[in-house]
Design a protein around this ligand. Structure first.
Ligand code: FAD
Ligand code: SIN
Length: 523
């Protein structure tokens, strides 16, 4: 495969990558690379909806307050302001491009989710909001001449010379080739698959965070992992999300003795923040010695349920659960990571030429805990902003570095290791020891286990399986180190040995690579 030069390289084809590419299209040649088929992303599976202050009863100021409150004191206020203020424009633009959000009569229909003080969640086809947004964005991308797409193309490493990001190495088939560009936008999504229980699709393995870390970018707030409370728990079924919107419409949680329990934990009961609900479920599971609790919709109108949650209804039916009549076994799973590659309000990272947007980025919008349905909006708002800023980059990155280009191909080792077994062990260790409830003992044990495989970090692979494993190990170590560093509990980070926030907690944890290993900074 020949090396390529384009003006702009976008890595990832979820909401953030596609929105950035659209913004770049009129400024030069854009290449969007994606690891799998174009739609395979968290965006495609997003159910509940997209939060936006567009209803008659809402205001951007109230959306701002709710986001700040959910973030537990660690949101960057200027980033939240951008999100809520620019959100309506980005959504109206998407509607103009053809997005069909659900309506009541002629008016947009808004639902409620946890920790929102207003009904402000737009949804599409009931519970397929992300799919509708992805459909419209892909259609728009296809309509723009300047954008080329390459599927089954995995970013392996960033090319950074003299402190400037000049492109990335891409794996396609068994070949690795370089793509040079004026600006690179990382939009690779989150890292859910680092945990054995996750709602995330298989493509989401923390690649963007790992390759940015390896390129010496700052990685921020990785201890904040959001665990979604209600994920299907049936041995023969996938870890399928049961949207929070179900509780927003009246579904309740029961323990295995069929007792309601959420009022014991929070005045908002089923609509308490996600971290509170997840911990309440775990405590009920321990108390009743069970591996799940139940989500109950049986008191609700069955025609309403089928109409409002058609994708969830038909998926559960495949596993012999009729959600209109049966209690649904659920337990929490890793869902979203608030931290990521640190950026400013325009998606610029600490490396010139490298931008990040969407779940891979840490703009500070979500603080210690993301408000439900703010992520799709973040992808649109910050994807747009990153695209707009990256379009201003100038220079010919390939010519500038001349023959100092690295030959990625000659470093391949593909060691003789059982990669699947190691992947399973990492994921299990992360779930059991760095999950919803953490302590110094569990975190140190996880670190010790992860470091058993540290030689992998120095190896080079030319298979997706090998590269993902290396990335997952990198991200697992960063999450564990961050969680060990924050000796206090806030938002989604809960430590039994430090159950309160502690002193001087309103700072962020930044991690950068150094010769001695990970360097941790409090900022
Ligand atoms: P993604 O949509 O995950 O896209 C990442 C892209 O990067 C993919 O195309 C992937 O293939 C590609 N990629 C990854 N690594 C590489 C690599 N090395 N090289 C090349 N390409 C790569 N949020 C909400 O706001 N509302 C919801 O209702 C909601 N529901 C959700 C339901 C589920 C089941 C899940 C998993 C998440 C949900 N979220 C929701 C969260 C939200 O969907 C995501 O945070 C958001 O879609 C992330 O968008 P993104 O563009 O950053 O990443
Ligand atoms: C859901 O539908 O429960 C997911 C919403 C989100 O993660 O924002």
């Amino acid at each position: 495969m020949q090396d390529l030069t384009v003006d702009f390289l976008v890595i990832g084809s979820g909401v953030a990558g596609l929105r950035a590419a659209i913004e770049l299209a009129s400024h030069g040649k854009v290449l969007v690379v994606t690891k799998d088929i174009p739609t395979e992303s968290s965006t495609e599976y997003a159910q509940g909806g997209v939060a936006v202050a567009l209803s008659d009863e809402d205001e951007v100021g109230i959306h701002f307050e709710d986001t700040i409150k959910a973030g537990g004191g660690l949101c960057r206020e200027d980033a939240v302001k951008v999100l809520v203020e620019e959100g309506p424009e980005r959504i109206l633009e998407l509607i103009e491009w053809g997005a069909e959000f659900d309506k009541e009569g002629t008016k947009l229909s808004f639902t409620r989710e946890a920790a929102h003080s207003r009904r402000r969640i737009l949804h599409a086809h009931g519970d397929s909001t992300g799919r509708e947004m992805e459909r419209v964005l892909i259609k728009k991308v296809r309509s723009l001449k300047g954008i080329e797409r390459s599927q089954f193309s995995m970013a392996v490493d960033l090319i950074v010379e003299d402190g400037i990001c000049r492109g990335a190495y891409i794996l396609k088939g068994k070949d690795i080739f370089a793509v040079y560009s004026k600006a690179i936008i990382l939009a690779t999504g989150g890292a859910g698959n680092v945990f054995s229980r996750t709602t995330n699709p298989e493509v989401v393995t923390g690649d963007g965070m790992a390759i940015a870390y390896n390129a010496d970018a700052i990685i921020e707030d990785m201890e904040f992992v959001q665990f979604h409370p209600t994920v299907l728990f049936v041995s023969t079924a996938p870890q399928f999300l049961l949207s929070e919107a179900m509780r927003g419409e009246g579904a309740v949680l029961r323990n295995i003795n069929k007792e309601l329990f959420m009022k014991e934990y929070h005045p908002d009961a089923e609509l308490a923040p996600r971290d509170v609900v997840s911990r309440a479920i775990i405590s009920q599971m321990v108390r009743t010695r069970s591996r799940h609790v139940y989500l109950d919709l049986t008191h609700m109108d069955s025609e309403f349920i089928k109409h409002r949650f058609p994708r969830i209804y038909t998926t559960c039916l495949k596993y012999d659960i009729d959600i209109t009549r049966d209690l649904i076994p659920v337990s929490p799973a890793a869902h979203y990571i608030m931290g990521g590659v640190k950026t400013d309000l325009h998606g610029a990272t600490s490396i010139k030429g490298l931008y990040a947007a969407g779940e891979v980025a840490s703009t500070g919008v979500h603080g210690a805990n993301r408000l439900a349905s703010n992520s799709l909006l973040e992808g649109l708002v910050y994807g747009y902003r990153a695209g707009k800023a990256a379009a201003q980059e100038t220079g010919d990155r390939r010519q500038e570095i001349g023959d100092r280009m690295r030959d990625a191909g000659c470093r391949i080792q593909n060691p003789d290791l059982n990669l699947d077994e190691i992947r399973t062990s990492i994921r299990r260790a992360m779930w059991e020891l760095v999950g919803i409830i953490r302590c110094s003992e569990s975190l140190n044990k996880a670190k010790e286990m992860l470091l058993q495989w540290k030689d992998i970090l120095g190896m080079s692979f030319n298979t997706r399986q090998g590269l993902e494993l290396k990335n997952m190990l990198t991200v697992a170590l960063i999450i564990t180190e961050s969680a060990l560093t924050r000796k206090g509990s806030v938002g989604a980070h809960y430590r039994t040995d430090f159950p309160v926030t502690g002193e001087d907690w309103q700072r962020h944890i930044n991690i950068i690579k150094s010769k001695e290993g990970m360097k941790v900074l409090w900022v």
